[in-house]
Design a protein around this ligand. Sequence first.
Ligand SMILES: NC(=O)c1ccc[n+]([C@@H]2O[C@H](COP(=O)([O-])OP(=O)(O)OC[C@H]3O[C@@H](n4cnc5c(N)ncnc54)[C@H](OP(=O)(O)O)[C@@H]3O)[C@@H](O)[C@H]2O)c1
Length: 259
Amino acid sequence: MKILITGATSGIGFETGIQLIKKGHFVYFTTHRKNQIKTLVEKLKELGFQKESAVFQLDITKEFDRKLIYDLDIDCLFCNASIGYGGSILDLPISRLEENFKVNVFSNIELIQTYCAHLFLTQKKGKVVVMSSIAGMVPIPFLGSYCATKATLISLTTCLKKEVKLLTNDIQVKLIEPGIFNTGFNEVMIENKKKSIYFQELEPSLTNLEESFFQLFGHNQVNSIVKKIVQAIESNSSKFIYRAPFFQGLFAKGYQLFH
Ligand SMILES: NC(=O)c1ccc[n+]([C@@H]2O[C@H](COP(=O)([O-])OP(=O)(O)OC[C@H]3O[C@@H](n4cnc5c(N)ncnc54)[C@H](OP(=O)(O)O)[C@@H]3O)[C@@H](O)[C@H]2O)c1
């Protein structure tokens, strides 16, 4: 298969690309910023994977970049890119909430629309794999902005799957819901919060609590979720949601049942 991954410079996206190549696929590693291209090309060269990969800039918020998809023959689009803003809902500048939704929701949906339009026009088969999060099922205080985008993605991807099924069996839609992994992504959300007006007194202990939470529950290795993503990309089954680590997925399902 030929798979395009967004936000593939690091973390889960990069590791998924590597595992896909090891399984015999061709991977388009796309990067947010132009200056990441060289490093990524070198990383792939070191691993001996130049022939099985291509690297280019795809900032999902840019229409020009999204339209590059029209020139490619892609069997699977893996929408992995996202950002997260920390901070309480009371303190959160609306511009940040808008930016979070612009990247995680609106741009991903526009990319999916572009890809699916291409599939319909060329009458090709394809697959859309969307990266949500267990944080979309279990809202975490002080990470509300990020959680809301991921909850919205769960909702929109579920509708997308049902709607596409009415039109064709040639486009499959899958949803990924990872638990907590120590890729650095969550730490950025703790660090990028603005100074709180309402929670000043709680602030130092709140940050310590958040850091301890991620250290305690975060998995250092991304293997478990990468394995699930590879399954989702390769599988032709009707299975829709893929979660890992197992116990965090179980907790999230339990949480939904009892809330
Ligand atoms: N780590 C976790 O605990 C966890 C849990 C559940 C879900 N997830 C999800 O897994 C995905 C990967 O996260 P990760 O943990 O592997 O962290 P990561 O390495 O930081 O991955 C996020 C990627 O998205 C890219 N990105 C941001 N804005 C973009 C844009 N406008 N266009 C294209 N790419 C953009 C980032 O590029 P820059 O670095 O250049 O901005 C980065 O490469 C995310 O969707 C995240 O929400 C992560």
